[in-house]
Design a protein around this ligand. Structure first.
Ligand code: PLP
Length: 384
């Protein structure tokens, strides 16, 4: 009974899909979920995401739609925007991006011309595909370069400055998918200023921590900030874009629609709005604090057993284990072994990884999902 989630089984006329969804419910309840980018949303978020809003079309923005009958979805989108602005204390917000990757596409296009130069964090150091990797839009439509972490797995801002001076990027992207230390947005701003680059922060992973002031905020330093809504923020899946600059905000709106997207997904926007309200509640800060306490307790237990933690330790909701060095296993093998023990993690490239992205030498462990299910430090120690 402990650590269960309260979701209900669903009943559909389509029995094949009903069965697969209900099997997924069992999987989500029975396994220990350590994927750092996943979480368990509230029943209200789930209801909004599964609501009749999926029927509605409404290209454009509140009170400026290309479709009739938008009076209710206008209320919903405006509430989502207002709540998001309050949550991050920012002037402009776009809540329509279908995902974090599309949010990044629209944000980048709002800041630099096509074929412009981007300097982002490399994938093996913990960056995201959409920060310039060749197989994503970002590496296809822009000239991209990467900074890495140092030999201790930590961002070295002097090295990044040297690289930026050589490359002279139009845009620097900071923010990561797999970096367990604090990101110094102020230092990134100083680097961007020295080379005349724009600065974008992608806080997809740490959004909940930033919203509750448990991680420094990028807003005073960045031209634009993007995020997903479904990781530490614990909302419905999707993306958001925020800025304090009115000119950038206009470009962002134009690049989201009609630039990269069509009609907004109002069921997702409503579910995001519900999650933003939950995140504004004082209980959310307590939850975020527990995420960090749990990550530290979990990580520490591995350190006591001399297990190699990438970047040394964790300041946030996740950390990586070098399973190659610690257990002579690949990330793929470690993931499969843990799966047999009902523990879900993901394999993850680590700095200077000699294995391919399909194999890797690391695994990434995150505490947001199990913290939602009530795990505290003791449970994480036992789990370690
Ligand atoms: N940015 C970062 C830092 C991420 O970690 C992710 C997802 O893992 C994304 C963007 C992309 O989000 P989505 O999967 O919603 O496109």
């Amino acid at each position: 009974r402990y650590f269960m989630i309260k979701y209900q089984k669903i009943f559909l006329n389509d029995k094949e899909i009903e069965k697969a969804i209900n099997n997924e419910l069992i999987r989500q309840q029975d396994r220990i979920e350590l994927i750092a980018s996943e979480n368990y949303v509230s029943e209200d978020v789930l209801k909004a995401a599964g609501s009749i809003l999926t029927n509605k079309y409404g290209e454009g923005y509140p009170h400026k739609r290309y479709y009739g009958g938008c009076e209710n979805v206008d209320v919903i989108e405006e509430l989502a925007i207002e709540r998001l602005k309050k949550l991050f204390n920012v002037k402009y917000a776009n809540v329509q991006p279908y995902s974090g990757s599309v949010a990044n596409a629209a944000a980048i296009a709002s800041l630099i011309p096509k074929n412009g130069k981007i300097l982002g964090m490399s994938l093996s150091s913990g960056g995201h595909l959409s920060h310039g990797y060749k197989i994503s839009f970002s590496g296809y439509f822009y000239q991209t370069y990467f900074y890495d972490v140092d030999k201790n797995g930590i961002l070295d801002y002097d090295q990044i400055l040297e690289l930026a001076k050589k490359i002279k990027p139009d845009l620097i992207i900071c923010g990561a998918s797999a970096y367990s230390r604090i990101i110094d947005f102020k230092k990134f701003k100083e680097i961007a200023d020295q080379v005349g680059a724009k600065l974008m922060a992608d806080i997809a992973h740490i959004a909940g921590l930033v919203a509750t002031k448990l991680h420094p905020s990028p807003f005073e330093y960045c031209d634009v900030v993007t995020s997903t809504t479904h990781k530490t923020l614990r909302g419905a899946r999707g993306g958001i874009i925020m800025t304090n600059n009115s000119e950038v905000a206009q470009k962002v709106d134009r690049w989201v629609f009609p630039g990269y997207q069509g009609g907004p997904l109002f069921h997702q926007i409503a579910a995001k709005a519900v999650a933003f309200k939950e995140a504004l509640d004082p209980s959310f800060a307590i939850y975020q604090e527990q995420i960090i306490k749990n990550a530290k307790a979990f990580c520490n237990e591995f350190k006591l057993a001399n297990i190699e933690i990438v970047s040394g330790t964790t300041d946030n909701h996740l950390f990586m284990i070098n399973v190659k060095k610690s257990f002579n296993l690949t990330g793929k093998e470690a993931t499969e072994i843990l799966e047999r023990a009902n523990i879900t993690v993901n394999k993850n490239a680590i700095p200077n990884d000699l294995e391919s992205p399909q194999i890797t030498s690391g695994i990434r462990l995150g505490t947001p999902a199990m913290t939602t299910r009530g795990f505290k430090e003791e449970e994480f120690k036992t789990l370690a």
